[in-house]
Design a protein around this ligand. Structure first.
Ligand code: SAM
Length: 466
C-alpha cells in the first residue's frame, strides 16, 4: 500500500486502481467512473494536457485519450494490434499500449514521430540515469549562467523568422541547453531531453500558437526578453520521470509493443501485412489547411530535422491532402475516383466556380485542395481496407469544412468513399458540434461569404471491414 500511495503521489493524476495488476481483464476494457459506457466522448485534445504520458508534448491537432480508451474498450476486448495511420504525438498508440495492445503508427512529421517514439518506449527508459542526468543538467546550466561560459552551440542556420525567435538573453540560455543535450551519450536520454526542450521551446520564444504559430506581438502579447528556461525544461523532465516511474511500476501489465514508422501512411504496403490490424483509431489532417510543417518549423530546425526550406517542401508534398499552397496555382485537378450516389464532384465543381476573378486565391485553388484531399481520403480508405482484419473496425475522427462559403461535409464523403472501397459504413456520430482552433474560418479571404447556419463540427466515422 505504501508504495502504491507513493507512486500515486508521484503522478498525482492517474487512478492506479483502474489498472489492477492482478487482473486478467484488459485495463482498457474498464470504464472510467462516470463514463457513458458505449458513447464516444468529445475527441478534442485539451484534456490530455494533464494526463500522464499524454501531457508530455502539446499538440494542437490531437485527440483526447478518453475517446481512444472508449473506442478500444468497446471494440477490442482481447489483446490485438491497433493502428494509427496519422499518429501525431501518439495518443492512440499510448492508449493502445496502456490497454495491453500492440500499436503501430505512421507519422511523417519527424518531430511528432519523435514524440510518439519516446512516449511509447517508456518501458526501456533507464529511469535512474534519467534522474542523474536531470541533476547534471541543473548543475551544468547553473554553472554556465553564473560564469562567463560561452556556448558552443549555435542557432540552426537555415531557420529564419520575421522577428528573432529568441531574445538575446533567452537565446544564450537555449544554447547552453543545447550544449548539454549534444554531449549526452545515451541516445534514449538525449531524445528525452530533446523532447523536453521541444515541448517547451515556444513558451519562451517571441512566438505563440493562436492557434497557428505567429509573433506574440501580433496577438497583443509582449516579447519575452528573459525567461527561466531551465525551470521550464526541468518541470517537464519531472513530469516525464513521474510518468516513467508509474509506467515501469506496472510494466508487467503493459507488456505491449509499439512500432513507429516515420514515413507516410501511403507506404503502408511496405510496412504492414494485409489483414494484420484489429482496430484503427485515427484522425487525419482536416480540410482546414492547418499547416503542420509551418507550425512545427522551430521544432524541426532546432531538433536538426530540417536545415533548409527544401527539407520542408518534401514534407508538404507528402502531407495527407497536401496543402492549398502547393496546389492553388495548378490547372483544375481531377478526382481520381468516381462515387455513385454522391454529390462530391458537384460540390467541388461549385467551389471551383467561386471567386474566379481572385486568381490563385479564388475557387480553383480551393477546389484543387479539396480534390487532392479527397483523393487522399480514397487512398486512406484503401489502406484501411488492406490493413484491417475481417470484422474489425476503424474509427476516423474528421472535421468538416467551409471553403469559399461552400459547405463540405468531409465525414459524409469519407463514409461514401469507404463504402466504395468495400468497407461497411457503420455510422457517423458528432460528439462535438462546434470546433475551435480552425484558422480557415477566421480568414475572410478563405471564407468569403460563408453561408449562415453552417457550423464546424468534428465527426467520428465508424467503419467495419466485412
Ligand atoms: C490530426 S493530427 C493526428 C493527431 C493525433 N491523433 C494525436 O492525438 O496526436 C494528423 C497528423 O497526421 C500527420 N500526417 C499528415 N500526412 C501524413 C501522411 N501522409 N502519413 C502519415 N502521417 C501524416 C500530420 O503530421 C499530423 O501529425
Amino acid at each position: 500500500m505504501a508504495s502504491a500511495a507513493r507512486r500515486r503521489r508521484e503522478t498525482e493524476i492517474v487512478p492506479l486502481e483502474l489498472f489492477p495488476m492482478e487482473s486478467s481483464v484488459l485495463p482498457g476494457a474498464l470504464p472510467l467512473p462516470g463514463d457513458p459506457p458505449l458513447d464516444f466522448k468529445d475527441p478534442a485534445f485539451a484534456s490530455n494536457k494533464t494526463l500522464p504520458i499524454h501531457r508530455w508534448v502539446p499538440w494542437i491537432a490531437g485527440f483526447a485519450s478518453g475517446f481512444v480508451r472508449d473506442a478500444l474498450a468497446k471494440y477490442l476486448l482481447q489483446p490485438g494490434v491497433v493502428l494509427d495511420p496519422f499518429a501525431g504525438v501518439g495518443t492512440t498508440l499510448v492508449e493502445a499500449m496502456l490497454a495491453g495492445h500492440d500499436a503501430v503508427g505512421f507519422e511523417i512529421n519527424p518531430y511528432a514521430a519523435l514524440a510518439s517514439q519516446v512516449k511509447t518506449s517508456l518501458a526501456k527508459l533507464p529511469l535512474a540515469e534519467v534522474r542523474t542526468a536531470v541533476h547534471e543538467f541543473v548543475a551544468f546550466y547553473q554553472n554556465a549562467i553564473a560564469t562567463e561560459y560561452q556556448p558552443q552551440s549555435s542557432s540552426p542556420s537555415g531557420f529564419t523568422s520575421r522577428v528573432p525567435f529568441y531574445s538575446p538573453l533567452v537565446l544564450r540560455k537555449v544554447l547552453i541547453v543545447q550544449d548539454f543535450i549534444v554531449t549526452r551519450d545515451v541516445p534514449a536520454i538525449q531524445r528525452l531531453f530533446q523532447l523536453a526542450f521541444a515541448a517547451t521551446m515556444v513558451s519562451y520564444s517571441n512566438y505563440s500558437y493562436e492557434p497557428s504559430l505567429g509573433r506574440r506581438v501580433s496577438s497583443g502579447k509582449a516579447d519575452i526578453l528573459d525567461f527561466p528556461v531551465m525551470d521550464a525544461i526541468v518541470a517537464k523532465l519531472h513530469e516525464y520521470c513521474a510518468d516513467i516511474a508509474w509506467y515501469q511500476a506496472h510494466q508487467p501489465h503493459f507488456a505491449a509493443q509499439a512500432r513507429i514508422i516515420p514515413s507516410s501512411f501511403f507506404d503502408y504496403q511496405h510496412h504492414l501485412a494485409p489483414a494484420s490490424v484489429d482496430c484503427i483509431v485515427t484522425s487525419p489532417p482536416y480540410l482546414n489547411n492547418y499547416h503542420y510543417n509551418r507550425n512545427t518549423r522551430p521544432h524541426l530546425y532546432w531538433l536538426g530535422f530540417a536545415n533548409q526550406p527544401r527539407d520542408l517542401r518534401a514534407l508538404e508534398e507528402a502531407n495527407f491532402g497536401k496543402y492549398w499552397q502547393t496546389v492553388r496555382d495548378q490547372p483544375a485537378l481531377p478526382l481520381s475516383f468516381s462515387l455513385p450516389h454522391s454529390d462530391l464532384a458537384e460540390r467541388i465543381a461549385e467551389l471551383r466556380e467561386c471567386n474566379t476573378a481572385r486568381g490563385i486565391y479564388g475557387g480553383n485553388g480551393w477546389a484543387n485542395y479539396a480534390t487532392t484531399y479527397f483523393n487522399d481520403c480514397y487512398r486512406l480508405a484503401e489502406g484501411m481496407a488492406y490493413a484491417l482484419k475481417s470484422g474489425s473496425r476503424a474509427l476516423v475522427v474528421i472535421g468538416n469544412s467551409i471553403l469559399q462559403g461552400v459547405f463540405i461535409p468531409t465525414d459524409v464523403y469519407l463514409g461514401q468513399i469507404a463504402e466504395a472501397v468495400g468497407l461497411e459504413r457503420v455510422g457517423i456520430s458528432v460528439p462535438r458540434a462546434t470546433r475551435v482552433g480552425n484558422s480557415i474560418t477566421k480568414s475572410t479571404v478563405r471564407v468569403g461569404k460563408a453561408a449562415e447556419g453552417h457550423r464546424l463540427y468534428e465527426a467520428v466515422v465508424e467503419l467495419r471491414k466485412p
